[in-house]
Design a protein around this ligand. Structure first.
Ligand SMILES: [Zn+2]
Length: 122
């Protein structure tokens, strides 16, 4: 009898322990979903600063446009990394044009299965 009674508090403490690990797991999950939040923002700022807030595609065309976005030089869909070396400052119109171009290229590629079509014209 005395033994059974001493066991009881241990059993009672178990559910609360489980509960705390459960909430911890949920927090980690929520943190995982937050990817692309603060770390990306910091990287974005670093790239913008590095490129002097000047749109790089515009700069190549001898235009100086203030960059408001950061773009993947090689799209992630095409195997580009998330590294700063693969990122460039870009203005909104260029970003939209590039994204549309990439989408078109991706569609072409999956249809024809070749890389014969190149979007560069300079
Ligand atoms: Zn631009």
């Amino acid at each position: 009898m005395a033994r059974l009674q001493s066991l009881r508090p241990q059993v009672a403490s178990l559910p609360s322990r489980l509960k705390s690990t459960f909430t911890l797991g949920r927090e980690q999950e929520a943190y995982g979903q937050g990817r692309g939040g603060r770390p990306w923002r910091r990287k974005r700022d670093a790239v913008l600063k590095r490129d002097g807030y000047v749109c790089q595609p515009c700069k190549r065309n001898n235009h100086t446009t203030m960059a408001t976005e950061v773009d993947h030089v090689i799209p992630q869909a095409e195997g580009g990394s998330d590294d700063e070396t693969n990122l460039q400052a870009i203005c909104d119109p260029c970003h939209k044009a590039k994204t549309a171009d990439e989408a078109k290229r991706g569609a072409n590629r999956s249809r024809s299965g070749g890389t014969s079509q190149r979007g560069t014209r300079s």
